[in-house]
Design a protein around this ligand. Structure first.
Ligand SMILES: Cc1ncc(COP(=O)(O)O)c(C=O)c1O
Length: 535
């Protein structure tokens, strides 16, 4: 007899009570039933109520047009009271507090003037996916904790491999983002070269005594996670050779060749070349095909950090900018940037699945030899994490819902807007365009207002910085601030496909108005100090 038939017969002869009867009794004796998401009537009811309240709160927040409440750090610290006590508080009250103290002082990433970082607005369908992911709380470290999720992730990795031009297979894994994917690439590159050159398995034996000879080459515009990860890998910043870029901010391949020759002459072992497809500030795409050719010729691992530029894979118009990427040994993709996914969501793709062996670890309770022999796919062996979210769900649902053509068009929109606003900046005497935009980053700065007063280079830097600060603290805009060619400049990172050109023109007006206010203040101070020094 199957378990349902046993259950029915016990119910019929009165020896078994229904689950709701049990729950009513247990609710008094087991308070957990008030809190844990489970099959009890009260849990399901509370889940509905709390989700509805939270969704209404989000709806209210979305309908408020302000980018940010404008509170500075100290005021915000005063406004936020964690209010944790021995006594329980009703969910309605807790939700309301979160709405007031968290959401009301959160940055609106969808606001058209929120353009400081590679920080995207999210898709509605991804929010729906997050709800499903969170409610089911699957963990990707073993198949028995995430049966369908494991299969979906593997299929999506196979789809992504096809998209980048890799061979069929599923060697890859979802990650927490670009930093972790880059760490995986560098880790495997390091261990592959140590095995080849020293005959040492780093996983079991550790690094060779002269491991400080290892080097990684990237461009001076590569993401700082290359340095950080090499330090984590025990080789320090000294192991990173950041080479010069050309005028477009791309890796100079002639310098790359010279650097390889010099390092080899110095007795260094080059573990990897890291090419960037979409540098964080400029959006520059390193010349991937020539770099791939050099890497192949020198038998050096090529890792492509396509955390940003990987989104071009969906664009028919700009996809060719990534030509050569398929030859990389490993690739970073990051979906919480230009794929409009909620944080976190990234992927690491590995050309040759055998290289996963370099980080393989057998945990009896997760990926036992018994399971592996039977082909049970426990993804823990491919990941630096153990417990891991099912972030693939939101990308899968997004790709289905938008369709790849529409998705690609949203990415292209950012690129085209960047070109349009850059042209406006180039035509404006008060502003200086630092470099022609690539991808959708626009670097510019306020010119020295010499008709009003002449600022020193340091004060001009400060003016640019303070314009951005004032715009944020007045809740009007979040504009990026960075350094380019030794100067402080402003940055627009245009990921948000909801933004229009008039939105960006208005933002430029705000920048100039804010600068005028600050310049007037400096002028007044100068006049006062001149008067004081005369009297
Ligand atoms: C080119 C590049 N790589 C890697 C990263 C790191 O990604 P994450 O913040 O997802 O760790 C970034 C972040 O901006 C990036 O721009």
């Amino acid at each position: 007899m199957n378990s349902q038939l046993i259950k029915n017969s016990l119910l019929e002869n009165g020896t078994l009570t229904t689950s709701s009867e049990i729950q009513k009794d247990q609710l008094h004796s087991n308070p957990a039933l008030n809190y844990v998401l489970c099959d009890s009537d009260s849990s399901r009811q509370q889940y509905q109520q709390q989700m509805t309240l939270a969704a209404q709160g989000v709806e209210r927040w979305l309908s408020d047009p302000a980018l940010y409440s404008g509170l500075d750090v100290a005021s915000l610290a005063r406004a936020i009271n964690l209010n944790i006590a021995d006594e329980p508080q009703p969910a309605e009250q807790v939700i309301e507090q979160a709405l007031r103290q968290y959401l009301d002082h959160s940055l609106k990433v969808h606001h058209p003037h929120c353009v400081a970082h590679l920080h995207c607005p999210t898709l509605i369908i991804s929010q729906t996916a997050e709800l499903l992911m969170n409610a089911s709380n699957q963990s990707m470290d073993s198949w028995d904790q995430s049966p369908a999720a494991t299969v979906i992730e593997m299929k999506l990795i196979a789809w992504l491999r096809e998209l980048v031009g890799y061979s069929t297979g599923d060697a890859g894994v979802f990650t927490s983002g670009g930093t972790q994917s880059n760490l995986m690439g560098l880790l495997l590159a390091r261990d592959a070269v140590v095995q080849r050159v020293w005959g040492i398995d780093v996983r079991t034996q550790g690094l060779p005594p002269d491991a400080q000879r290892l080097r990684v080459i990237c461009s001076s515009q590569a993401h700082f996670s290359v340095q950080k990860n090499m330090a984590l890998l025990g080789l320090g910043y000294q192991s990173v050779v950041a080479i010069a870029c050309n005028a477009q901010g791309q890796m100079d391949t002639q310098v790359l060749q010279q650097t390889i020759a010099q390092l080899q002459q110095d007795g260094c072992v080059i573990a990897a070349i890291v090419a960037t497809a979409g540098t964080t500030d400029i959006g520059a795409i390193d010349p991937l095909q020539p770099i791939a050719d050099i890497a192949k010729q020198q038998a050096i691992w090529l890792h492509v950090d396509a955390a940003w530029g990987g989104a071009l894979l969906l664009s028919n118009q700009y996809r060719h900018w990534l030509n050569g990427m398929a030859q990389a040994d490993s690739i970073t993709l990051d979906f919480h940037k230009h794929f409009f996914q909620p944080i976190s969501c990234g992927a690491f793709l590995l050309k040759d699945p055998a290289h996963f062996g370099l980080m393989h670890y057998q945990a009896d309770y997760l990926n036992s030899a018994f399971d592996e022999m039977q082909g049970v796919p426990n993804l823990v062996a491919r990941s630096l994490q153990t417990t891991r979210r099912f972030d693939a769900l939101k990308l899968w649902m997004s790709l289905q819902h938008l369709g790849t053509a529409q998705f690609g068009a949203l990415v292209e929109r950012g690129i085209e807007l960047a070109q349009q606003v850059a042209a406006k900046i180039a035509d404006d005497a008060q502003l200086q365009l630092m470099i022609e935009p690539q991808l959708s980053s626009v670097l510019f700065r306020l010119n020295n207002p010499t008709d009003v007063l002449s600022l020193t280079p340091a004060n001009l830097d400060l003016l640019n910085q303070q314009v951005a600060d004032h715009l944020l603290y007045s809740g009007q805009a979040n504009v990026g601030v960075t350094r380019f060619q030794g100067q402080t400049c402003l940055k627009l990172t245009i990921l948000n496909p909801v933004i229009t050109l008039p939105d960006l023109e208005k933002l430029l007006v705000l920048v100039k108005q804010q600068a005028a206010v600050l310049i007037q203040k400096i002028k007044t101070l100068e006049t006062v100090s001149q008067r004081e020094s005369l009297s």
